[in-house]
Design a protein around this ligand. Structure first.
Ligand code: NAD
Length: 268
């Protein structure tokens, strides 16, 4: 399996799922720009990965919610790598809050990072994919694009938007040789889920019970599907969102209200 380009941008590539995707692409010989708001963490990761792989890993600071920052990241990426043929819109973040208690700022920031970010990055990168005679985009959505988890109205709305955005852009750019798909991970072990406690205690147990394959996902589980979508093996797939969740979506998510409440997830 060979991915479609020698140069890729992975947003939020400093850690978690983004880092897993970067590792998989580097393994395939694709050089990767880790575009992350946390510059120090991205630089440390780039150094570590450059030692392990022959292809290059480069850190470039970027806030995906800011058009100027995205433009200068993409220009830095082309200066470093020359050819850009792949974009992975992975950066995402959200704080749990029930809708009537959610600060407007929190709603807007989540939509900005999780939905406007993929738009700004896609808009800035597409001309390079056209110049490159094609390429691939993968957007990292979430099982929450179809599932309702209490406290994640902003995040679910953004991720549902990402999947529909994926379809429309795929329809627009297919004729230019660009395929656009999304992956929707279920519960995956990353710094985000380690920090918010979603893999521990009753809620972790509940996730496990609802996962037919019987374990929590790892970043590399998501990365393998992203690499497939970006390779020749995925050449007839576009506009698709694939659940990558050990089968969690078959059983569906239930209300985590009580468990989240006990965890103090909604406390101010
Ligand atoms: N971990 C899960 O269980 C899970 C499940 C479904 C979907 N996802 C999605 O996967 C993606 C990665 O999640 P993760 O769990 O690896 O998270 P994470 O918090 O461990 O890593 C996210 C990375 O994105 C960066 N980032 C945050 N805001 C940014 C911004 N404005 N601009 C650029 N970089 C930014 C962070 O600095 C960090 O390096 C997200 O889109 C998330 O919604 C995660």
């Amino acid at each position: 399996m060979q991915v479609v380009s020698d140069g890729a941008i992975v947003t939020g590539g400093a850690q978690g799922i983004g880092r897993g995707i970067a590792e998989e692409l580097l393994e395939q010989g694709t050089s990767v720009v880790l575009a992350d708001i946390n510059e120090e963490s991205a630089e440390n990761t780039a150094m570590e990965l450059s030692d392990r792989f022959e292809a290059e890993a480069i850190a470039i600071h970027c806030d995906v919610a800011d058009q100027g920052s995205v433009r200068s990241m993409v220009s830095g990426a082309t200066d470093h790598l020359g050819e850009i043929g792949i974009l992975v819109n992975n950066a995402g973040a959200a704080e749990l809050a029930r809708t009537w208690e959610m600060a407007e700022e929190e709603w807007r920031r989540t939509i900005d990072v999780c939905l406007n970010g993929p738009f700004l990055c896609t808009k800035a990168v597409l001309p390079h994919l056209f110049d490159n005679d094609g390429g691939g985009i993968v957007n990292v959505s979430s099982l929450n694009y179809v599932a309702a988890t209490d406290g994640l109205a902003h995040y679910s709305a953004a991720k549902a938007g990402v999947s529909q955005f994926t379809e429309v852009v795929a329809a627009e750019v297919g004729r230019y040789g660009v395929r656009v798909n999304a992956v929707a991970p279920g519960s995956t072990r990353t710094p985000m889920t380690e920090e918010n406690g979603l893999l521990k205690g009753d809620i972790g147990e509940e996730f496990l019970n609802r996962t037919p394959l019987g374990r929590i996902g790892e970043p590399e589980d998501i990365a393998k599907v992203v690499a497939f979508l970006l390779s020749d093996y995925g050449r007839w797939v576009t506009g698709e969102t694939i659940c990558v969740d050990g089968g969690q979506h078959i059983r569906g998510l239930h209300s985590y209200w009580d468990v989240l409440d006990e965890m103090g997830a909604f406390d101010e």
